[in-house]
Design a protein around this ligand. Structure first.
Ligand SMILES: [Zn+2]
Length: 476
């Protein structure tokens, strides 16, 4: 998924741009909708004419959509290690031409896919598409399958692909709303109907368990390796053994190296930390000389890649083992989130995955939802249900004053608790809103000065904007 974008909120210029983008997004949907209706109508004509026209219309719709999406990555083609052509974008599409057919690895986000395909064919020539290999089922990797697919193409995916696709589709409205909070440039609603709609991909060949799928095409050997546990249960990588090139999809996340998202706070099914470590061990043993992820840029150098992979592996193992040890010794999840930190030799960027969230993820992976902190966890009566009465008893001004003191003492999260008690029964209580805003501001400043985790910045920026809007005259 598009996990690498920083939230554009919080500077006033960006804020204006965002508000503009929100207003304009219904227009955008109309434009995309009109384009797609045309695509749908053309879908009924002859196969080749319909495909050419579909691609043209999809590219126009994509250009319009991109124009309204802040911070999109432009589509350009680069050639990597002679044999791999890559179309950049929000997610990259890779094309490997051979004398016996063309192999595609990942197909990008639907709105960029038609343009990626056209530019790749202009650079690499065109030929029969013999294999389309999908690193996993996320929207930004499967968006162009309908454009590339030919009658004889194989679609190669992991055996878990369809199950991952099923739940992502069934929960699309819920997940879309969550993602839009973090990535506000997304259109208000997912595309429904036509070739840009998510879902309905049926792999024709599947990899599973430990066994790789190998084939040779035009003298080039391909090895599709199942690597579950990273960006979902259905991850796979493509290995070109003779060139020592690894096409890694989202296995390493958007930047390399980094502390990975053991579970993503975007909200998806749990991932398995030990499965991830095993998959990573397998990739380390390959000793790749070029690493091509499906986001951002390739990495080069056998020793550098091996050292970076090993650090990621050891960092996840360290956080895993420390969490398990803490659980066994009776520490609470919150104590462990605070205490467990990477040692200096395993220090990694936390722009994508955050260690403290990794701790909580591993805890809940093993112990699930009941933390044994309070009997109330067993019943549908959250602590919020008594906030109104608490505010009445303590007096809202007293609570805000205590919250202010917490903020002054460097405890902005405590301040959020105080302000939330007041705001639960009176969402417009001005001094509580101001306290809430200032606490979020402090957390945002800390996040920027610290790990700059994109999800944390996105969440805080989005909350802050809501609170600021409520504080404006006539605010919501
Ligand atoms: Zn992705």
């Amino acid at each position: 998924m598009r996990e690498h974008f920083e939230h554009p909120a919080s500077s006033s210029v960006n804020r204006r741009r965002r508000l503009g983008a929100i207003r304009i997004s219904s227009l955008l949907l109309v434009v995309i909708g009109a384009g797609l209706s045309l695509v749908l109508a053309l879908w009924l004509f002859s196969p080749s004419a319909r495909k050419a026209t579909t691609l043209g219309v999809a590219e126009i719709a994509g250009n319009v959509a991109e124009g309204y999406m802040a911070d999109t990555r432009p589509v350009e083609v680069i050639q990597i290690a002679d044999i791999v052509f890559q179309a950049t974008g929000i997610a990259n599409t890779q094309l490997i031409p051979t004398s016996e057919g063309y192999v595609v690895f990942d197909t990008g986000l639907s709105i960029q896919a038609a343009k990626q395909k056209r530019l790749l064919e202009e650079s690499a020539g065109s030929g029969p598409i013999t294999e389309i290999i999908l690193s996993h089922s996320h929207q930004d990797h499967v968006g162009g399958v309908a454009f590339w697919l030919e009658d004889d193409s194989e679609i190669i995916a992991h055996a878990e692909f369809e199950e991952e696709q099923r739940y992502l589709k069934e929960l699309e409205p819920y997940l879309w709303t969550r993602n839009r909070r973090l990535f506000p440039w997304m259109p208000e609603e997912p595309v429904s109907g036509g070739p840009l709609e998510f879902g309905k991909i049926e792999p024709t060949l599947r990899v599973d368990g430990e066994e790789s799928l190998t084939f040779e095409r035009g003298g080039i050997r391909f090895e599709v390796i199942p690597t579950p546990g990273a960006e979902g249960a259905d991850n796979l990588c493509l290995w070109l053994p003779d060139q020592k090139i690894l096409l890694s999809g989202d296995f390493f996340g958007p930047i390399f190296p980094q502390f990975p998202n053991i579970f993503t706070m975007r909200g998806e099914k749990t991932r398995k930390p030990i499965e991830y470590i095993r998959s990573l061990d397998r990739l380390i043993a390959l000793e790749p000389e070029v690493l091509i992820p499906s986001h951002l840029s390739p990495a080069y150098g056998r020793e550098e890649i091996k050292a970076a992979m090993t650090r990621m592996r050891d960092a996840v193992q360290f956080v895993h083992d420390a969490t398990v040890e803490g659980m066994n010794s009776g520490r609470t999840v919150y104590e462990l989130m605070e205490e467990i930190q990477l040692p200096p030799e395993l220090e990694l960027s936390q722009v994508h995955g955050k260690v403290s969230w990794g701790v909580k993820s591993i805890w809940e992976y093993y112990a699930t939802w009941f933390h044994h902190d309070s009997t109330t966890e067993l019943y549908p009566v959250p602590i919020r249900s008594i906030y109104g009465e608490l505010a009445e008893l303590a007096g809202p001004e007293n609570l805000v004053a205590r919250g202010r003191a917490s903020l002054a003492q460097g405890n902005p999260v405590e301040s959020l608790h105080f302000s939330e008690i007041v705001l639960e029964s009176d969402p417009e209580f001005r001094s509580a809103l101001e306290l809430h805003r200032d606490a979020l501001d402090e957390l945002l400043a800390r996040a920027r000065a610290g790990h700059q985790n994109a999800f944390e910045l996105g969440w805080l920026g989005s909350r802050l904007e809501e609170v600021r809007a409520r504080l404006e005259p006539g605010g919501a």
